[in-house]
Design a protein around this ligand. Structure first.
Ligand code: NAD
Ligand code: TDX
Length: 337
């Protein structure tokens, strides 16, 4: 029996990962540790919360007094670290919490993982630590691309990557770092482009597109990301970094138009608004190293976006409850629309 600590398991990707693991490995004990910030919610786990191998712990990763006793008591085998402040726009408005959670929180976890000798620490990072690519379609981020983060968010993630690397080099802590491209899929918080577009188009509301809409992101379905982490956790040699992405590059405008057309609405819903500060032009992943480990994505962008739109149609109560609360104030402040 293995004990797996998943931090941030009430959020979007961590939440999908917790469900994936609890369903796939009945012989593992899955511990979802989450502070339940604005981005965390437990209603998404109603169908697994009574499983014998699922446990929830409300705690703050940056609070050493909470984290250390927990590791001492449970003696986790694996730590899969998703918990973070994850929204670039919020990091531009208020960077401080990003440093506390993403940098200090990671350090607290690393100290506990080291002291209580976990089998492996998997640090879930992002392609944004590499900075931006230009529009040459033959250029990609590889694991050897230098880190050049451009936003406070990506700078905090890059800092945490360096800390994880240093604990491997200095103390021999077994670890992997994964750097994934933009995720989408069920339970994606509606402040991010895809769920924001789906929810607003369904309500016949304008969709804010930053700048000229030509920035490119490389989209990966969240379940393909979960499978990649499962593989890295079990098969990757310690100390290695893996990029995760499935060659699904789209401009933001293409993404928004795809959703509008799929829902049978008009492109008049598109509203070009002021650009994001320091807006990265393009992200694109070369996943060769992970493919050599045995990973292959199951979704194309077309099949993934269709599944995702259908999920938002079938689960309106989940996102309606989110956009009707505190989120409404955030939206008004962020967009002034
Ligand atoms: P999210 O914002 O949906 O979820 C983050 C979760 O972390 C929330 O449940 C929140 O309550 C929890 N959390 C925040 N601060 C905490 C703290 N101090 N202690 C404990 N829990 C805390 O984020 P996401 O989109 O699911 O991203 C998960 C991870 O994957 C992040 O580390 C992010 O950097 C990385 N990532 C995300 C994407 C993407 O497209 N969303 C792509 C690549 C990498
Ligand atoms: O209202 C919007 N209008 C718009 O044009 C929003 C919210 C976004 N955008 C643009 C900005 C980006 O070019 O869409 C693109 C995607 O934006 P986000 O959904 O905010 O994602 P991004 O900034 O690319 O970061 C995401 O992927 C990498 C996650 O939020 C990060 O956590 C992850 O590391």
């Amino acid at each position: 029996m293995k004990k797996v600590l998943v931090t941030g398991g009430a959020g979007f990707i961590g939440g999908n990962f917790v469900r994936y693991m609890a369903d796939k490995y009945s012989d593992y004990q899955i511990y979802n540790l989450d502070l339940l910030t604005y981005a965390g919610d437990l209603t998404k786990h109603r169908d697994i919360e009574n499983k014998a191998n699922y446990h929830f712990i409300k705690a703050d990763i940056a609070n050493r007094d909470e984290i250390k006793p927990l590791f001492e008591k449970e003696r986790f085998d694996y730590v899969i670290h998703f918990a973070a402040e994850s929204h670039v726009d919020r990091s531009i408005t208020d960077p401080e919490i990003f440093i506390r959670t993403n940098v200090l929180g990671t350090q607290v976890l690393l100290d506990a993982a080291r002291e209580f000798a976990v089998t492996k620490f998997v640090h879930v990072s992002t392609d944004e630590v590499y900075g931006e690519l230009d529009f040459d379609p033959n250029t990609f981020f590889t694991e050897d691309t230098p880190l050049q983060p451009n936003s406070p968010y990506s700078a905090s993630k890059a800092s945490s990557d360096f800390l994880v690397r240093s604990y491997y080099e200095t103390y021999g802590l077994p670890m992997n770092i994964t750097r994934c491209s933009n995720n989408y899929g069920p339970y994606h918080f509606p402040e991010k482009l895809i769920p924001l577009t789906i929810s607003r188009v369904l309500n016949d509301q304008k969709v804010p597109v930053y700048g000229d809409g030509k920035n490119i992101r490389d989209w990966l379905h969240v379940i393909d990301h979960c499978a990649a982490i499962d593989l890295v956790m079990h098969k990757a040699p310690s100390g290695e970094v893996y990029n995760i992405g499935g060659h699904n590059e789209r401009t933001n405008l293409e993404v928004v138009k795809t959703i509008i057309h799929a829902l049978g609405k008009s492109e008049d819903l598109i509203e070009f608004v002021e650009d994001r500060l320091g807006h990265d032009k393009r992200y694109a992943i070369d996943p060769t190293k992970l493919e050599q480990l045995g990973w292959k994505p199951t979704y194309t962008f077309e099949t993934g976006i269709a599944q995702t739109i259908q999920w938002y149609l079938d689960n309106k109560e989940w996102w309606e409850q989110i956009i009707s609360g505190e989120y409404q104030k955030y939206f008004e402040k962020q967009y002034a629309m």
